[in-house]
Design a binder for this molecule. Structure first.
Ligand code: G3H
Ligand code: ZN
Length: 284
């Protein structure tokens, strides 16, 4: 079916009290793993590409591949730019058929974040595309965006309310204790803050850095208003662990399709596990 916007998916998630997984995609095998999982679980899904993914695979190729796969899918798929920081990239993604953009102005001073987000909201809404914004800074590294632990700043609920009103964003990424990448120690999300944000902000909330967050905290976050959950690191871990295990057992194998098959399978299993955890399984 044709791509849908993430606003559409997140509205349905809000009504149903679940969250939609947004999984980072860099190549063919990852895309196949994500969409095979969505089909197997009958789940809506957001396929997202970071600016780093666009550098790696090239926007025209990556976008065309994801759009073609979504056309064939029997579950709703949104195509989203993750952590966009660059105006030209945002516009290029719009032209390439993305149905959802993130503008990540979280490292900018408040007024600049508002102005940058509004600019993207204006052009995206003109063509029916939804926009995710970020307020507060999430520690760790997500491809090209890096925030040190000292720079990390939790989202202020009152400021979040004003930010969404001033920008017109359709979804808000919040900093409530998660971090991008591998956790050195288990995170403890600030649920009181999350609830306070959710009370003041009308749009769906987005949890970044969700790999490695214990399942009970993910469930609690969904209960308190999180409707989009971003997963990247755990997919990388599933893929590379499977590859590392398989290669020494098959030293003579030279066919990339055979080498990548088990890694793709492991990634699909991880995506399916997350879809069940998020409650999106069976919703498509
Ligand atoms: O934007 C992508 C995510 O926030 C992924 O975070 O790598 O910790 O799963 P993660
Ligand atoms: Zn992120």
């Amino acid at each position: 079916m044709p791509l849908v916007t993430s606003a559409e998916l997140l509205q349905a998630a809000d009504a149903g009290g679940y969250a939609v997984g947004a999984f980072n995609c860099n190549n063919l095998e990852i895309l196949q793993a994500i969409l095979a999982a969505a089909e197997a679980e009958r789940s809506p899904v957001i396929v997202q590409t970071s600016q780093g993914a666009l550098e790696y695979a090239g926007l025209p190729l990556l976008a065309a591949m994801i759009r073609a796969a979504a056309e064939e899918a029997t579950v709703p798929v949104a195509l989203h730019l993750d952590h966009g920081t660059d105006f030209a990239t945002e516009v290029a993604c719009l032209r390439a058929g993305y149905t959802s953009l993130m503008f990540d102005g979280s490292k900018l001073p408040y007024a600049e974040n508002v102005a940058g987000t509004r600019r993207i909201v204006e052009i995206a809404h003109a063509v029916g595309v939804s926009v995710e914004a970020e307020l507060g800074t999430i520690a760790g590294t997500e491809d090209l965006v890096s925030v040190s632990e000292q720079e990390a700043l939790y989202t202020d609920p009152e400021q979040a309310e004003a930010f969404v009103r001033e920008t017109g964003a359709d979804a808000l990424a919040v900093a409530v204790g998660t971090a991008h990448g591998v956790y050195r120690q288990a995170p403890h999300l600030d649920f009181a803050r999350l609830e306070a944000i959710d009370r003041r902000v009308r749009v769906p909330l987005v949890l970044h850095g969700s790999s490695g967050v214990p399942d009970d905290q993910i469930r609690e976050a969904i209960r308190r208003g999180v409707r989009k959950i971003n997963i990247d690191t755990e997919l990388r871990q599933a893929f590379s662990a499977a590859l590392r295990g398989w290669l020494p057992e098959h030293p003579g194998e030279i066919d990339p399709r055979k080498i990548l098959g088990p890694a793709r399978q492991a990634m699909q299993a991880k995506v399916q596990e997350k879809m069940r955890l998020f409650g999106s399984a069976g919703r498509a």
